[in-house]
Ligand binder design. Structure first.
Ligand code: NDP
Length: 612
């Protein structure tokens, strides 16, 4: 890396060798690249389906099937579905039915109740509808039970329980062209119709397991982190896992979930074995209780202002003040395009593309050096410290923030079993084999994440049959095809919320809120103009698909150099169903503007308008 002298002068002296770091990153990536990509995981169906049973409901729930008609069916009761329901209620829609496979609202916060579960995005931004509900979170970073309770409060506030079908999964969704309605079939024998449907299924909703030999052989207790078995471990999401005090516990995976629950396992298990393939980047958390004086100082509109401030900063925009001021805004300020912008300002000229890339890489090396130095500061044993250091760029994997995770490895009862990028070898009846050695266990916990990189309909668990029998899996066989990520040609009155060719922010619910507002606008317009059907034209859809594809190219280059993980489809960056492969690459601020400009146009451009 040879920087122009004027840039080198602004960047300052480097206390590291960028070439050596780059080479190390590539070597760590190469060690982990494998030919089976996302196929290394097994789908949690058939003999694995018990891994997704709901441990939080009483067994034996029954109810009579429904055969009625609603205005709006929302599939999924997480934040996407809740925000959709809220915005529709505000727009005056009456019959809104949320269908949810879980026993309650909450989505990811319903399922993820593992000890220590919390949200690492600031609660005052992340928890939606705080002003509408008159609620202030207890901490800067909320713990999962509070977020779950807030989800329920939203459902109560907007009367979403009234028509909800909980513990109910969709089995069929088919457009009836004659009646201009969707026919919805479910696992509980329901068959009802809906004028509109909104898919709010979430991007990380289906647990995955490693497809290693002997995966079903282990005879001890085993479960996935998103279905925590408190009957076995004792305790609750705040800890107190007394059932583990005489147990040898293993956990596979060291991602954002493991980072939060390992400290509790380390505290309570007789012995804990953490099986690591790739270490996470773990920076400072600094959680704090909400200051009542700060709460008292808030004025109406405060949440939106704070969310905008956060989103602008983490999208590379400028703000006079950083209201959230945390690890997220810090890395975005110092590592992303913002860093390059600051250098350009100091130079008084624009940077070339190559200069920009170099400056950002240097900022990234610096940041990751700090993260690695933190490991050295906190871990007593140098060998263990070396194994806990991440060797990749900050956004190759999800950055983590935690103040107790790393220190857990100083405990004498906690053993880090690093596999040098290979992963565990296999399971036996007695435990886990890693690096050729068997570790006997009483309990094995899979912190192995969620299915990503497979098709949308496989993750949803059903196909959608649109006009003329066209299925969504056919229509999206070569990648997503939408207008603004929200509607698709051939699927009238059907809306997709989430990560489908949209732009997402770090505070995901705010992106979902933008989408929900947009959909509520569209259906309100249809109602006011007497339109029976909303559907994008094939031309408008094609135009948007091309725009998304042309914007996506730069991100792909970045992820090619990354260690494998779900961000880059386990190294297969060309995967059309990958997590980021079909996002709107212009960034969230431009995307939200795009939606606003479309609404401002006033005549629903690109939508086929057919009257009732
Ligand atoms: P991840 O997919 O991030 O992590 C899975 C882990 O399992 C990785 O460490 C992976 O290693 C490991 N793994 C997979 N297969 C094997 C194997 N064969 N042997 C050993 N290890 C293996 O899942 P998480 O549940 O941790 O997190 C998922 C996402 O959920 C996060 O990225 C985040 O978006 C969200 N989340 C958000 C939180 C928040 O605070 N807002 C908190 C928790 C989760 P490798 O890295 O090598 O693939």
């Amino acid at each position: 890396m040879t920087l122009a002298p004027e840039i080198a002068a602004v960047v300052g002296e480097l206390d590291f060798d960028p070439e050596a770091l780059h080479a190390r990153y590539l070597a760590e990536r190469d060690k982990r690249l494998r030919t089976d990509g996302v196929d290394q995981y097994v789908e949690v169906t058939a003999e694995f389906s018990h891994y997704v049973d709901d441990p939080y409901v009483e067994p034996g729930f029954t109810r009579a099937p429904v055969f009625d008609h609603v205005e709006f069916a929302i599939i999924g009761g997480g934040f996407g579905g809740l925000l959709m329901g809220a915005r529709l209620r505000e727009a005056g829609f009456d019959r809104i039915r949320v269908v949810e496979s879980a026993g309650d609202f909450g989505g990811t916060w319903y399922w993820n109740r593992y000890p220590g579960a919390m949200c690492d995005v600031e609660s005052y931004c992340y928890l939606p509808l705080l002003e509408e509900l008159g609620y202030i979170p207890k901490h800067k970073y909320s713990f999962a039970p509070e977020i779950l309770e807030h989800s329920r409060a939203i459902a109560r506030h907007y009367r979403l329980y009234d028509d909800a079908l909980l513990q109910t999964s969709i089995t069929g969704l088919e457009w009836d062209e004659t009646a201009k309605r969707w026919i919805v079939a479910t696992s509980r024998g329901d068959r009802f119709t809906a004028r509109y449907v909104a898919m709010a299924c979430g991007p990380l909703s289906k647990p995955k397991l490693p497809g290693i030999p002997g995966i079903n052989d282990f005879a001890g207790r085993t479960f996935h982190t998103s279905r925590w078995d408190y009957r076995y471990t004792g305790g609750d999401p705040s800890g107190g896992l007394t059932g583990l005090s005489d147990k040898r516990v293993g956990i596979i995976g060291t991602g954002a979930t493991a980072v939060q629950c390992v400290p509790h396992l380390g505290q309570w298990a007789r012995e804990l074995f953490v099986f690591q393939r790739t270490p996470s980047s773990v920076d400072v958390r600094n959680n704090a209780e909400t200051d009542p004086a700060w709460t008292a100082s808030l004025t109406p509109g405060w949440q939106r202002r704070r969310q905008d401030n956060f989103n602008i900063l983490v999208a590379g925009g400028d703000q006079d003040e950083d209201l959230v001021h945390d690890g997220w805004t810090d890395i975005f300020r110092n590592v992303t395009g913002t860093a390059a912008k600051q250098i350009a300002a100091k130079l008084g000229r624009r940077l070339t593309g190559a200069e920009r890339a170099e400056v950002m890489a240097l900022a990234d090396y610096r940041k990751m050096n700090q993260v690695r130095a933190r490991v050295d500061r906190l871990i007593h044993d140098p060998e263990t410290a070396a194994k806990l250091k991440p060797w990749y760029r900050q956004f190759c994997k999800r950055p983590c923030f935690h103040d107790e995770y790393l220190q857990t490895f100083n405990r004498p009862n906690v053993h880090l079993i690093d596999t040098d990028g290979r992963g565990v070898d296999r399971l036996t009846e007695r435990g886990v084999v890693a690096n050729g050695r068997e570790h006997q266990l009483d309990c094995l916990i899979f912190a192995t994440g969620f299915e990503v990189g497979t098709s949308y309909t496989r993750r949803a668990g059903y196909d959608i049959v649109g006009r003329g029998g066209l299925t969504l899996s056919e229509h999206w066989a070569d990648g997503l095809r939408t207008l603004h990520g929200l509607t698709s040609h051939g699927f009238p009155n059907c809306f997709f919320l989430g990560f489908t060719q949209t732009a997402i922010t770090i505070s995901v619910p705010q992106a979902l809120n933008e989408q929900a507002n947009h959909v509520a606008y569209m259906v309100s317009q249809a109602r006011d103009r007497g339109l029976a059907v909303l559907e994008p034209t094939a031309k408008a859809e094609e135009g948007y698909v091309q725009e998304v594809r042309s914007l996506a190219r730069m991100g792909q280059r970045f992820y090619q150099e990354c260690t494998p993980g779900y961000y880059n489809s386990e190294g297969a960056t060309g995967n059309r169903s990958g997590f980021f492969s079909d996002m709107y690459g212009g960034g969230p601020l431009r995307f939200f503007e795009l939606l606003a400009e479309w609404r401002d146009a006033g005549d629903l451009p690109g939508i086929e308008l057919s009257r009732a």
